[in-house]
Design a protein around this ligand. Structure first.
Ligand code: FES
Length: 124
């Protein structure tokens, strides 16, 4: 399978790249499949709404495209809604990924969950 236009677009001009200075939820996961690393930064307000999100990755192009799309999808959402985001939702939004690249989208989804968990732990 070839990469879709959406994947190429999100890879060549990724949104929300870098570290968020004022992040109050940070999550990092590594992929057992390839050894790559993904870090997600979330700025969550008092109403538990994600005001901003960004990512840093030592991952491949599909990981960049997945996290660009995933961060875009959760901005403006509650942490409850964002926590339900599955990697398949990200893959669908990208118009599909080659089978060997599905695990890259898992990294993005898992790092978001880890960042939400980090926020909840700090808040508790
Ligand atoms: Fe490792 Fe894609 S191959 S994140």
């Amino acid at each position: 399978m070839e990469y879709t236009e959406k994947v190429i677009e999100n890879f060549s001009c990724p949104k929300h790249v870098g570290e968020l200075e004022d992040a109050n939820g940070v999550g990092q996961v590594g992929s057992p499949a390839c050894g790559d690393i993904m870090k997600i930064f979330l700025k969550i307000n008092d109403e538990d709404i994600i005001e901003n999100a960004s990512f840093k990755t030592f991952g491949c192009g599909a990981a960049v495209a997945s996290s660009s799309m995933a961060t875009d999808m959760i901005i403006g959402k509650s942490i409850e809604e964002a926590g339900k985001l599955k990697n398949s939702d990200v893959v669908d939004a990208l118009g599909g990924l080659p089978d060997v690249k599905i695990h890259c989208s898992v990294l993005a989804a898992e790092a978001i969950q880890a960042a939400i968990q980090d926020y909840k732990t700090k808040k508790a």
